[in-house]
Design a protein around this ligand. Sequence first.
Ligand code: KIV
Length: 258
Amino acid sequence: MISKITKIKSKKNRTKIVCLTAYSKNIAQSIDKHTDIILVGDSLGSTLYNFKSTRSVTLEMMIKHSKSVRQGVSNSLMVVDMPYNTYNKPSQALKNCKKVMKITKCDAVKIEGGLKIIKIIKCLIKNNIPVMGHLGILPQTTKGKFKSKGKSTKERNEIIKDCKLLEEAGVFSIVLECVERKLANKISNLIKIPTIGIGSSNNCDGQILVIDDVLGLTDSKMKFVKKFVDVKKLITEGAKKFEKEVKSNKFPSRKYSY
Ligand code: KIV
C-alpha cells in the first residue's frame, strides 16, 4: 500500500496540495475530505489561547489537541507541530517526537528551522519519524513584526541553502512562510519535495492557512489571510435565535423535552 507521505510527495507538479490547521475533532472531521494535510499547528497558542507568541505553547497542549483532532481525521495526513523548546537537541527531540507520535497517532511532525536544527532533523528521520520542514518566517524564533523573507541576496541564499539541506536530510515537504513570490518559485523548481506556502504566493506546490482565519472566526489582519466564510456571523445568528426562543418560552417545546 502506498503511504500517505508518498502520496503527498507524488502530487508535486501534478496537483496542488491542500492543507489546513485543526485543533479539535469536529473541525478536523468537517474539513478532512477536502484536505491532503491537516496540521495541528502551534498557532493554537494565539488562535485559541490568546498567547502573544507560540513560545508559550507546551507539549501537553499539543498532545491534548492532537488527540482530539485524530478522532476526526481519516483521509488526510495528520501532522503535529513540535512546540518551542521541545527539540533543542537530538536526544530531547527524539524523546518528545516519539511521545507525540505514540500518544496522538499522528503521521508526522513539523519543526521550524534549517541549518541550525539539521542534526536534529537527521536524527528524527534516522529513527523513522517523518518530518515536515518550516522555513521563511519562523514564528517560534522571530521577534517583533512578521515581515516577508527573501528581500536581500543574503536572505535568499540562506533560505535556498536551508531548503536543499532539509531536502537532503529527508523531510517530505517544507512549509514556506511569508517568502517572496520569486524566491518561492525558485525554491519550488529547485527541490523535488513539495513546498507548502503561507503568504508565499501560488508559486508553491500547496497552500496552508489557519482554519479559524479561513472560517472568519478571527480578526487577523495578516496580508495572506483570506476569510472564505463568515462562521462568526452564523454562530452569532444561532445564539440570537436560541436567546429569542428561550426568552419567549418557545424552546424547549414538548418535542425537545422528556
Ligand atoms: O502553527 C501553524 O499553524 C503553522 C502553519 C500555519 C504553517 O505553522
